[in-house]
Design a protein around this ligand. Structure first.
Ligand SMILES: *[C@@H]1O[C@H](CO)[C@@H](O)[C@H](O)[C@H]1NC(C)=O
Length: 506
């Protein structure tokens, strides 16, 4: 079942801009060095633009544009962690940064140069630096097995990979390409396929290839972009899933059923010709674990995503408030410790729990893994007022925390602030979650036992970052366990307590 999660994710190049950010913070000098060395698409912007326009003329939407959006890169830095996680290659997407910005307008420009095209927006466009989206209405006929969508009217052929990580060649190598073709009414090739199934819903083609299986990627690459795209249809949308994996879709079936009134289709293995009046190919990405409300049709946001999630999974707490009888003095705030076992583990979990109890917390431990039932674990997280864990995909469970709860991200030793920021710190605000950070210091990491005092690993983490994502990951993410200093951690827990309504009410 998990076979395709653990592909070798080698390739230090993918480090790309994620690492760059770290360097930006550190030193401009290093930044320039690394950019030259790791940038996965080492072409100047202009060359790319030209190439892209050429491609557009040919009707291909494989836009490899690499925008300069560096600030964006900061949040794109995002994501990496976990055994299965990937460094985001030249992923400059992100952070709300001007979305469909540069490349999208380039697409428009290119389209308008073709004399006959008077559309305000091409059928396919770069909906963000991380995603391409195609939208069409008319006579839409989807033939899944050939990954072809016949459309009338349509002026030219388009190609697109419907997965939100467009600059990451490794991720996209596991995503099938779809073709949108003009539906010819003349008796020329290709022949007009006859509808075997008619639907009044909008068809929505997306892929669950890529990096799915890692919860961070599940949400940031697929589920949240799918919400961004599908929410506006109020259920009148049918998910046509390419690179379908039943274990994966089953895991998130309640979410799909919340977004759509129609059966989800394993579209690559589908022999029907499914006919619709409109189609969307490729979900739209906004930002890491986030929705940019200003770019949605009716201003829906991460708050709406979380409301949808609570509805889908039956989560009771919208807000982190003491429940039950308000006069019950035993009502205590709940602190959930996210455990990890093989790397970045807390070595003094028991003592941490005892200390938290002494502060008045009701303490729970949770260790999510791929076999964990999503809604069961989601209910545990939703019952918590504070969630603490070492940086890793497990913190993605923050999506289930009630509003007003506190997330404490424990950042492993090694100059990883940028990684912590892009993945879980920045998304917290839009989720209405308070965010606190606990930085692991030298006397709290097992690295100080593995390396001599003056080793660069301990003295100069950025010199390790410079060697690429794999080196960084191996040293600071895979080989490190932590033992937080209870006195310092206590201060952070008390800070969290102050942020909660517990104890302030009477
Ligand atoms: C689908 O709709 C078309 C156009 O109305 C009709 O000709 C065709 O018979 C329908 N096919 C099915 C399978 O219902």
């Amino acid at each position: 079942m998990k076979s395709n999660r653990n592909l070798t994710r080698g390739d230090g190049r993918r480090l790309g801009n994620a690492t760059l950010i770290a360097f930006m913070l550190g030193s401009l000098l290093v930044l320039s060095l690394v950019r030259a060395r790791f940038s996965p698409i080492g072409k100047p912007g202009e060359a790319i633009k030209t190439e892209e326009q050429e491609a557009m003329r040919k009707g291909s939407v494989k836009m490899e544009t690499l925008e300069a959006g560096d600030e964006a890169a900061a949040s794109a830095a995002a994501a990496e962690e976990e055994e299965e996680t990937q460094p985001k290659a030249g992923d400059t997407t992100a952070g709300g940064g001007g979305g469909g910005g540069g490349a999208s307008s380039a697409a428009v420009a290119a389209a308008s140069t073709t004399a006959t095209d008077h559309l305000t927006k091409p059928v396919c466009y770069e909906s963000s630096r991380r995603s391409d989206t195609c939208e069409a209405t008319g006579d839409v006929r989807v033939h899944g097995r050939s990954q072809t969508i016949h459309i009338s009217p349509l002026e030219q052929e388009w190609k697109v990979k419907p997965y939100c990580r467009k600059h990451d060649a490794f991720a996209l190598s596991h995503v099938k390409e779809w073709a949108l073709r003009p539906l010819s009414t003349a008796d020329t090739y290709p022949a007009v396929p006859h509808c075997t199934v008619n639907s009044s819903a909008t068809a929505f083609v997306l892929s669950t290839g890529g990096f799915t299986g890692n919860p961070f990627h599940d949400y940031t690459d697929v589920l949240i972009p799918a919400f961004i795209t599908a929410h506006r249809f109020a259920g009148e949308v049918q998910f046509l899933v390419s690179s379908f994996k039943s274990w994966w879709t089953n895991r998130y079936m309640q979410i799909f059923q919340r977004l759509s009134k129609y059966e989800l289709v394993d579209i690559d293995n589908d022999d029907e010709v499914r006919c619709y009046r409109s189609v969307v190919v490729g979900p739209t990405f906004h930002k890491e674990l986030g929705v940019d409300a200003s770019r949605t049709p009716s201003g829906y946001s991460m708050v709406d995503f979380r409301t949808m999630l609570r509805g889908a999974l039956g989560l009771e707490r919208a807000v982190a408030e003491p429940s039950g009888d308000r006069w019950d003095i035993r009502r205590r705030p709940r602190l959930l410790i996210i455990s990890r076992r093989n790397s970045r583990a807390f070595l003094n979990e028991r003592a941490m729990a005892d200390m938290a109890m002494s502060l008045g917390f009701d303490v729970r431990l949770g260790e999510p893994d791929i076999s964990t039932d999503v809604s069961k674990f989601a209910r545990l997280v939703n019952s918590a007022d504070v969630m603490v864990g070492v940086h890793g995909a497990g913190l993605t469970n923050m999506v289930f925390l009630p509003a007003g709860a506190v997330l404490i991200q424990v950042v492993p030793y090694g100059g990883l602030e940028w990684l912590a920021r892009g993945t879980f710190k920045e998304p917290a605000a839009d989720m209405q979650i308070h965010y606190l950070e606990y930085m692991i210091q030298l006397d709290e990491t097992t690295l100080s036992e593995q390396y001599p005092k003056d080793d660069p690993v301990l003295k100069d983490p950025y010199s390790i970052h410079k060697q690429g994502w794999n080196a960084l990951k191996m040293v600071y993410l895979d080989k490190q366990n932590v033992r937080p200093h209870l006195g310092r951690l206590k201060n952070t827990f008390m800070e969290a307590l102050k942020l909660l309504p517990h104890g302030h009410t009477n």
